[in-house]
Ligand binder design. Structure first.
Ligand SMILES: [Zn+2]
Ligand SMILES: [Zn+2]
Length: 332
């Protein structure tokens, strides 16, 4: 009796704290990164002052140099910042994951695989097809969209101005960009799951039920524009962000989406369990942070799983599939 009351109480408590839980998780991710950046900011400045003999204006000096390097060709500077830097970062991180996907080595990475029996090693034919599509999306869609964004931002203000924004302003803009991305990505993604759109558009992205890093941009062209590019572009355009902020934001967005698709729950990196579960089950976990999924109840099945228990920042070296194994089937 007491046990069952306890059970009910726990169940009720879980239910009522559900929304709070996901808000807390999202706030923790954003809050802790802001806290650490704020905390380290002073010590970074201090170290930079020591090593480079620079004043607190170290970043400003670097930016002035880069700006001078490009002379008056601001469009070229904008292209390098918003296209080249994020894209090179994307492929560098993906190259590391691809080595693990293609060879099954090194084992210190592959032992963190979420869907343990999948992509071990990855099918080379499917992989080549995915890479070709990602490159086409980047070349024929991302590049033109970034150029249009440059025109919009020129009209809006001076994205390449000589004066850098303050550290705190950059943090605030990143938070706003993250929030706008969450809203636009969640709703456009759910729309693409509507049968009218799914069959011809979003099904391509879901060919990978066990995703790998590059699959993050493996999508139908319409989806790449609406769900991948627009949610990321809208923040900097809306805010009239400085090029350096936009560059940092695009780089973070591409690295985060790579990690959420990579298929490995590695220590000290954001948990990819949420989106991995979306690829596994199709009708759960549509957002990035998970707050909108909680509001709309689109994470209810996910929250009953072991994957949900594993959806934490791993702070040790033991893979979560070992410390929180899937429940062995109980006898009735
Ligand atoms: Zn995906
Ligand atoms: Zn989907």
């Amino acid at each position: 009796m007491a046990g069952s009351l306890d059970g009910q109480r726990t169940h009720r408590a879980e239910h009522s704290t559900g929304l709070w839980d996901s808000v807390r998780k999202a706030a923790f991710v954003i809050g802790s990164s802001l806290f650490f950046l704020a905390a380290f900011r002073n010590s970074i400045t201090w170290h930079l002052q020591r090593f480079w003999g620079a004043s607190g204006d170290f970043w400003q000096m670097q930016w002035t140099k880069v700006h001078a390097l490009f002379g008056g060709r601001e469009w070229a500077l904008f292209f390098v910042g918003t296209m080249l830097v994020p894209t090179v970062s994307f492929w560098l991180l993906n190259a590391l994951f691809l080595i693990a996907d293609a060879t099954g080595k090194p084992s210190f990475i592959t032992r963190y695989r979420i869907q343990q029996d999948k992509n071990n090693p990855v099918d080379p034919v499917r992989l080549r097809q995915a890479i070709r599509k990602v490159l086409r999306n980047q070349l024929f869609l991302s590049v033109p969209m970034v150029l249009v964004t440059y025109a919009l931002m020129q009209w809006r203000g001076t994205p390449c101005s000589l004066e850098l924004p303050t550290f705190h302003w950059v943090m605030l803009e990143l938070a706003v960009c993250g929030l706008l991305e969450e809203i636009l990505f969640y709703y456009s993604h759910r729309l693409f799951h509507h049968p009218a759109f799914y069959k011809h558009i979003h099904k391509i992205h879901h060919e990978w039920t066990a995703p790998i890093g590059v699959v993050s941009l493996y999508a139908h062209p319409v989806e790449h524009v609406v769900s991948n590019m627009l949610p990321a572009l809208i923040g900097p355009i809306f805010l009239g962000s400085h090029l350096t902020t936009t560059s940092l934001w695009f780089t973070i967005a591409l690295l985060v989406t790579t990690i959420s698709h990579c298929g490995y729950h590695l220590p000290f990196l954001p948990s990819p369990e949420f989106h991995d579960f979306h690829h596994l089950k199709f009708n759960q976990c549509f957002g990035v942070l998970g707050v909108l999924d909680r509001l709309h109840g689109t994470d209810s099945a996910f929250r009953q799983t072991k994957a949900y228990d594993r959806h934490v920042l791993l702070l040790g070296l033991t893979p979560l599939t070992e410390s929180i194994p899937d429940q062995p089937k109980k006898k009735e």
